[in-house]
Write a protein that binds this ligand. Structure first.
Ligand SMILES: Cc1cc2nc3c(=O)[nH]c(=O)nc-3n(C[C@H](O)[C@H](O)[C@H](O)COP(=O)(O)OP(=O)(O)OC[C@H]3O[C@@H](n4cnc5c(N)ncnc54)[C@H](O)[C@@H]3O)c2cc1C
Length: 307
């Protein structure tokens, strides 16, 4: 099936445009249908020019490392912007650390540690991009991304690049809103400046090492997954509830609720469909609601069309 209708591509654009791009290549669950169009921009100016060239109603979905994303098997009708760039810029600027949104978050944690800064360590355990961490307010071990943001740079659908202070955003647990604009529909992140506290390089490095060791012990990192599937409900843990509901190890098609961590769904043989994963998500949600009267809210974002 060819979902992609041609969209004229201004010749000045320098990035790469692909049609019917399999999204399984771009998400950590390693499954999902194709994107009608996928654009990998060369830099933020190129990205701005690309967005401005799109029809106004074109659905746009930014994808970083796809570590929090389930793309349904029928794929995405609109345009995906592929934001992960292994060569994404990162540097110290005075007291701040600058990073392109396309840079992997763990790189920022390690770089900040080498600069003798502390407070970035939690980002070492979040295997996405800076843009994804900003969009999700990703966090762990008591820290969240927006705790350490000084300011950000965004791009709008019209191709306007703007610097914004953190006071322009409303943030909470895995929740970020830009006042006066639709984040993720009309405006996206292209860069961030982080403020970490001066500290001790070896202490920061040790904390990163300990945190990663703890994750290896408790999370099924050897199998395709997307981290925690559900948010933790107030005062409880989604993993505890799913385990208490007797769902550890439960399989649908090729997808399984991890035996190691019940809030993770894994794709052990790489054969799970997105529908298998979504069915397990629904099963966990229904079972926990019936057993404990608690409505688990998915943390992973589910996009695209059913097959
Ligand atoms: C093993 C594992 C462990 C994890 N542990 C944690 C954890 O401890 N804490 C935690 O919070 N999360 C965790 N996650 C989830 C995930 O890594 C984070 O949510 C991460 O920040 C997502 O980044 P990404 O680049 O992969 O975003 P994606 O999955 O690509 O996208 C997530 C959302 O962000 C949007 N987005 C992406 N880039 C941009 C951008 N530039 N501008 C605007 N919107 C954008 C997307 O459209 C989508 O809605 C884990 C995942 C895995 C696989």
């Amino acid at each position: 099936m060819n979902m992609a209708e041609p969209i004229s591509r201004p010749s000045a654009l320098r990035g790469t445009l692909r049609l019917n791009e399999p999204m399984a290549r771009h998400v950590s669950w390693r499954t999902g249908g194709p994107a009608a169009r996928a654009y990998a921009p060369l830099d933020s100016e190129d990205l701005a020019a690309f967005l401005a060239s799109l029809p106004v109603n074109e659905p746009v979905c930014f994808v970083g490392l796809g570590s929090n994303l389930l793309v349904r098997d029928g794929g995405l009708r609109g345009t995906v912007v592929l934001m992960h760039d292994p060569a994404g810029a990162m540097r110290a600027e005075g007291e701040l650390i600058y990073a392109d949104a396309s840079t992997a978050s763990p790189k920022v944690a390690r770089f900040a540690a080498t600069q003798g800064l502390e407070g970035s360590e939690f980002l070492a355990g979040v295997p996405g991009t800076v843009g994804g961490a900003l969009a999700m307010n990703a966090g762990c071990y008591g820290s969240e991304t927006w705790d350490v943001v000084a300011r950000v740079r965004t791009v709008s659908r019209a191709g306007r690049i703007t610097e914004r202070g953190r006071d322009e955003f409303e943030t909470g647990y895995r929740h970020v809103e830009l006042r006066g604009a639709k984040l993720g529909e009309d405006e996206w992140f292209v860069a961030a400046w982080f403020r970490f506290r001066p500290g001790d390089q070896s202490a920061a490095r040790k904390r990163i090492k300990d945190l990663l060791a703890r994750r290896l012990e408790t999370q099924p990192l050897d199998l395709p997954n997307a981290g925690s599937v559900f948010r933790n409900p107030p005062g409880d843990h989604a993993a505890r509830l799913i385990e208490a509901a007797g769902l550890k190890g439960r399989e649908i098609g090729g997808a399984r609720i991890s035996e190691k961590h019940a809030n993770f769904i894994v794709n052990p043989k790489g054969r799970a469909s997105a529908a298998d994963i979504e069915a397990l998500i629904a099963l966990a949600r229904d079972t926990v609601a019936k057993r404990f009267g608690i409505d688990l809210v998915p943390e992973v974002r589910i996009v695209g069309e059913a097959a």
